[in-house]
Design a protein around this ligand. Structure first.
Ligand code: HEM
Length: 572
């Protein structure tokens, strides 16, 4: 029978009654279609009910009862007990109200793009140990963080780290949760990262920094009568991508030379990471995805993962990593770069492919963010800017630095070192929670019992606002590092170093990032004057645990003094 879409449905046994949706659905489900009949108006259909049976009401009720009993009651019991267990589990730890009941607070905070600042507020409001989820705590207590991350700690990386897998089925150094396997891998990779195994590390960095300075000099220098607005965030990003790809793949991918976000890599990374960060909280989704990937006939259901065959984005980089490793295996070429070191220390083919791609992800953005944040802090503090430029000029006048500057020479510039140390403290570039899990026996933190299995997140920004830094930790003030009190300096350094982690998972790329920043700042300030074009909004900086920064628009002019004249000579 053809039923017009706009037909009104009436229940004939009670023509006047208006049906609830439940009644309608159950009525339709139980009605015999032959009992439908056309009524006088074609727009109206009357549903002839079976002869009313008094028994039907109780039967329907019984059905409702069954549905409620079978489905809803267990679901309700599960929800109430899950919420109650979760709430009571960590009830002694204060935190935002809704965070005690659901992870949505955490998801919303991560999605805000301002999670680092939000976490600072949480520990400021609720104390050094605060609750940010039913089973998630957050700490900004340096002593506790060192205890968690210490070499002999029984705390382990939590399932938070699964989001750092590039290949969901293969753990890598930054994601690995098996301590023994991680320590072994770390041992195999340390020499490559430390730079010991890379013969021409500094020469390579000099070439990359010189490329960038040339690009700025040729394209972005303003004259007294005009302004060429340069988004320096973009170039700092390109420089770091070139440095890390040259270190890992043996040659730079050429972001600076192309003056373009090659393969849409950075844009793709930002878009993907904004989504992926949520899997660190909604871990069930991550586990489900991994299960799907493990079952061959289900893995095509998982879409959107980067693939080595992609022509764009992270997938393209994975493809280049694979080609690079294939070439080394096929030609037997022994190169003095990070990949060469990894292979000499026993990494197999698939490990090598993953790890060199991981180097790019862990090394490029972190150093780029640090460089941008330090640069902005210097540009915003005229007194610091003047002191730094004077220190560099005097070193040039004394012939104490080469062109480009050597790392060892830059380390002799105390104000530069103070600016870098203070800038990293003032704006730690990695604010991912990096949750560790409380061991089986549980723990006592500041007199509170914390049960086994609790996730403890690290508040990277909060740590660097510790009173050890004095009464003005929010302020960029390099002078705080230029004091004579050695004991105080030691205490401050210990906390500042947490920017790079601690213990058995401490950053392996710290030395590489230091060389890079030392060269970049000296080479920039010796030859250019730089000013932000919009002091009211100097940049856009979005935080998803790592930072995505752009529109750091500056006006660059050449300095007049002959000391700073641009030279391409590399003197070693
Ligand atoms: C200013 C720049 C950098 C900062 C602030 C930084 C920060 C960090 C932090 C906080 C961790 C600890 C992660 C954890 O808790 O498990 C880490 C680990 C790591 N970083 Fe960095 N990083 C920087 C630059 C680099 C560079 C340039 C590279 C590579 C060339 C690199 C490679 C690594 C690796 C491989 C690990 C893992 C170590 C392990 O799990 O044993 N980082 N980094």
């Amino acid at each position: 029978m053809n039923i017009p879409m706009a037909a009104k449905i009436r229940y004939s046994s009670s023509p006047a009654s208006v049906l609830t949706s439940h009644d309608t659905l159950l009525g339709l489900a139980n009605a015999n279609l032959s009992e439908f009949q056309d009524v006088s108006s074609p727009q109206q259909i009357s549903i002839q009910s079976p002869t009313p049976q008094p028994i039907l009401g109780p039967l329907y009720l019984a059905r409702y009862g069954t549905i409620v009993a079978v489905f809803l009651v267990p679901v309700l019991i599960f929800l109430v007990s899950a919420i109650a267990t979760r709430f009571f589990r960590l009830r002694s730890v204060p935190g935002p109200f809704w965070a005690a009941y659901s992870r949505l607070w955490l998801v919303r905070t991560l999605a805000s793009g301002e999670s680092a600042a939000a976490f600072v507020d949480v520990n400021k409001t609720y104390g050094p140990l605060a609750r940010i989820g039913p089973n998630h705590l957050l700490t900004d207590d340096p002593q506790f963080v060192m205890r968690i991350l210490g070499v002999r700690s029984k705390y382990a990386r939590g399932s938070w780290f699964d989001i750092l897998k590039l290949d969901p089925l293969l753990p890598n150094l930054v994601s690995g949760r098996n301590k023994k396997e991680h320590d072994h891998l770390r041992l195999q990779m340390s020499a490559g990262y430390s730079g010991k195994d890379i013969k021409d590390l500094e020469k390579m960095m000099d070439e990359r920094v010189t490329d960038l300075i040339s690009r700025l000099d040729e394209t972005w220098v303003s004259s007294p009568n005009e302004t060429r607005t340069c988004d320096i965030a973009r170039y700092i990003g390109f420089l770091n991508l070139d440095v890390i790809t040259e270190l890992s793949f043996g040659k730079p991918l050429g972001f600076v030379a192309a003056d373009e976000d090659l393969y849409g890599y950075s844009a793709h990374f930002e878009k993907k990471w904004a989504q992926v960060q949520h899997f660190a909280v909604l871990q069930e989704l991550n586990k489900l995805m991994i299960k799907f990937l493990e079952i061959p006939w289900l893995n095509s259901l998982v879409t959107g993962l980067p693939r080595k065959t992609d022509e764009q984005g992270i997938g393209k980089i994975l493809g280049i990593a694979k080609e690079t490793v294939d070439e080394r295996f096929e030609t037997g070429a022994q190169k003095s770069d990070i990949l060469g070191s990894f292979l000499r220390h026993g990494l197999n083919r698939s490990q090598a492919e993953t790890e060199i791609a991981v180097t790019l992800i862990s090394g490029a953005d972190s150093t780029a963010t640090a460089t941008r944040a330090i640069l902005l802090a210097i540009l915003s503090n005229p007194a610091s800017y003047a002191k730094l430029q004077k220190e560099i000029d005097e070193a040039i006048a004394k012939n104490a630095i080469s062109s480009p500057v050597r790392d060892s020479e830059a380390k002799q510039l105390p104000y530069l070192q103070a600016c870098i140390t203070e800038g990293l403290r003032n704006f730690p570039p990695i604010t991912l929670l990096r949750e560790r899990v409380v061991p089986l026996e549980g723990d006592f933190v500041n007199g509170r019992h914390v049960p086994a299995g609790t996730n403890i997140g690290i508040n990277a920004w909060g740590l660097q606002l510790n009173p050890v830094f004095g009464p003005d930790p929010e302020v960029f003030r390099p002078e705080r590092w230029l004091i004579d009190d050695q004991e105080r300096l030691r205490e401050m350094r210990q906390v500042q170093e947490l920017v790079f982690g601690y213990g058995s998972t401490k950053c392996l790329g710290k030395a590489i990032s230091a060389i890079n920043m030392n060269k970049m700042f000296v080479e920039l300030f010796r030859r250019f004057d730089i000013a932000v074009t919009n002091p009211l909004k100097p940049w856009t900086s979005v935080c998803y645990g790592i930072f995505f920064q752009k529109d750091f628009n500056v006006r660059i002019t050449r300095r007049e003094s002959p000391n700073q004249g641009f030279q391409k000579t590399v003197r070693h």
